[in-house]
Design a protein around this ligand. Structure first.
Ligand code: BTN
Length: 264
């Protein structure tokens, strides 16, 4: 069933974004339902939509996550949005942009629930108590070998309290983790403001200036990790190109650039 309305809490979001002076988030398109807010942003990018345009949906009928997975979220409970960023850069900048987006989401969740101590799980999941509370999907609009625009899609579990049995032990929400009742408009405005603060630095200079903050937010650092291809070692930080540093048992420092990481 499609819903026709946007809940009134989200209707406050454009005014909050304007108040914070963020260059990202406006114009904001509030949608009752769509296939995927990333689809909306990618189509609009090709039709000339301005950078900063943001699509927020109460429901997605074909929401997607990284690595071909689906992103399923009960309608009206959570945050599902995509921001169009007009940047021209080589594809090598995409992993740093995705990490900066994950950091912006994490920082906004710290503002919403400091006691929950949200962390980033490389490359850009956000965890609370080792369970996933948010994910980021960055997709590029390209012309030849250059990136012409970037779509940053974010899913944050805000109000959901009951997760399907197959993910219940791996998923959480702000409502489950925070003392105060979460405010979707404030979280959305905070993510956009944090992203606006960091994004252009990362596009121009890479991750170097975010290093200390990334280190402080890194859920994997010092932990034993395994890749999808069964490589193993100790997570030892993130390099300026956005790769995960992993020290193998023979003391060789390796750099992982793709795939999923599992805590061992
Ligand atoms: C992941 O953790 O795998 C990334 C999840 C990203 C989900 C968001 S929800 C809004 C935007 N639209 C989509 O279809 N995906 C992203």
């Amino acid at each position: 069933m499609l819903i026709r309305r946007i809940a009134s809490d989200l209707e406050r979001a454009p005014a909050l974004v304007a108040e914070r002076g963020s260059a990202l988030g406006l114009p904001m398109h509030l949608l009752a339902s769509t296939t995927s807010t990333n689809d909306e942003a990618k189509h609009a990018a090709k039709d000339g939509a301005p950078g900063g345009s943001t699509w927020v949906a109460e429901q997605q009928t074909a929401g997607r996550g990284r690595q071909g997975r689906a992103w399923v979220s009960p309608r009206g409970e959570n945050l599902l949005f995509s921001v169009l960023v007009r940047v021209t850069c080589p594809p090598s900048r995409l992993p740093p942009i995705a990490l900066a987006a994950g950091l912006a989401v994490r920082d906004a969740l710290v503002l919403a629930a400091p006691e929950a101590a949200p962390k980033i799980k490389w490359p850009n999941d956000v965890l609370i108590d080792e369970k996933k509370v948010a994910g980021v999907l960055v997709e590029a609009v390209t012309a030849g070998s250059r990136v012409q625009a970037v779509v940053i899609g974010v899913g944050i579990n805000v109000h959901t309290r009951d997760f399907p049995a197959d993910i219940a032990d791996r998923a959480t929400s702000l409502a489950l983790a925070s003392r105060a009742p979460p405010d979707r408009a404030a979280v959305l405005a905070d993510v956009l403001t944090c992203l606006d603060r960091d994004l252009h630095i990362v596009v121009a200079r890479g991750l170097g200036l975010l290093r200390l903050r990334l280190e402080a937010a890194d859920a994997l650092r010092g932990r034993r990790v395994r890749s999808d291809t069964d490589d193993e070692g100790t997570a030892s930080g993130i390099d300026d190109d956005g790769r995960l540093l992993v020290r193998r048992d023979d003391d060789v420092l390796t750099r992982w650039s793709a795939g999923e990481v599992h805590l061992v």
